[in-house]
Design a protein around this ligand. Structure first.
Ligand code: SAM
Length: 223
């Protein structure tokens, strides 16, 4: 078996956990969690009792060294994030790189992640796409957006509700008001919503509708 598993967890609907995710979580020695309280609740729901340790981005560099020596010693671990796939806009990359560099093995289970259903729901071309994750909040934000002006592939962004309007306005300035995009909100949850339209239409829509919850924004590439 691998030394380290990356285990995706639901992005809303608890039924999206896979049977294998549950089995792996039951089988490992230790579960590393971005937030032990959040993961604690999930484990309790599925009646899994395992030692939980915190693994978050601000102690990532320090933590990795210590973890490697335990993995090397034979302790099998699973890394989970608060929601979705670890390493996707979440901690994980540093640990994976280091574990592999030391000749130890990593296995990421397939499972929930927000960008795949958002992309498919958008109705935008799926044959080629780019994942941009979160845009920088201030410094480098405009440069990042402008670098995508000529991008022909469908683009995927993670966005917070209080920044959505600002992003839609900036996108319409850079990509043009007629560029088609889709806002996917609260995926897999009770109030899931996928609103598709030109950037102008989306700005108009969200001027009169509440922007709450978690959001993935997909934008058509340049035609
Ligand atoms: N690791 C996660 C994944 O695999 O998708 C992403 C973690 S990132 C810190 C959180 C962001 O993912 C949110 O701000 C939002 O952009 C997106 N997200 C997570 N759950 C979502 C959901 N149920 N609906 C829409 N977007 C979601």
């Amino acid at each position: 078996s691998p030394h380290l598993y990356l285990v995706p967890t639901p992005i809303g609907n608890l039924e999206d956990i896979t049977l294998r995710a549950l089995n792996v979580l039951k089988s490992v020695d230790v579960i590393l969690a971005e937030d032990t309280r959040t993961t604690g609740k999930l484990l309790k729901h599925f009646e899994i009792k395992k030692p939980l340790e915190s693994y978050h981005i601000f102690n990532e560099h320090k933590t990795v060294e210590r973890l490697i020596s335990r993995l090397d010693f034979g302790v099998v671990m699973a890394l989970v994030s608060d929601a979705g796939t670890p390493g996707i806009s979440d901690p994980g990359f540093l640990l994976v790189r280091e574990v592999r560099d030391r000749g130890l093995t990593v296995s990421c289970l397939p499972g929930p992640t927000a960008f795949v259903p958002a992309l498919v729901n958008s109705g935008l071309p799926l044959d080629r796409f780019v994942f941009e994750g979160f845009l920088p909040h201030k410094k480098g934000r405009k440069t990042r957006i402008e670098a995508l002006v000529e991008e022909p592939r469908t683009m995927i962004f993670y966005e917070s509700p209080h920044r959505l309007m600002k992003t839609l306005v900036q996108f319409s300035e850079v990509f043009g008001a007629d560029r088609v995009a889709c806002v996917s909100r609260e995926l897999t949850k009770l109030y899931e919503e996928n609103v598709r339209g030109t950037l102008t239409e989306l700005i108009d829509y969200y001027e009169t509708h509440p922007i709450k919850g978690e959001i993935v924004l997909t934008v058509s590439g340049k035609k």
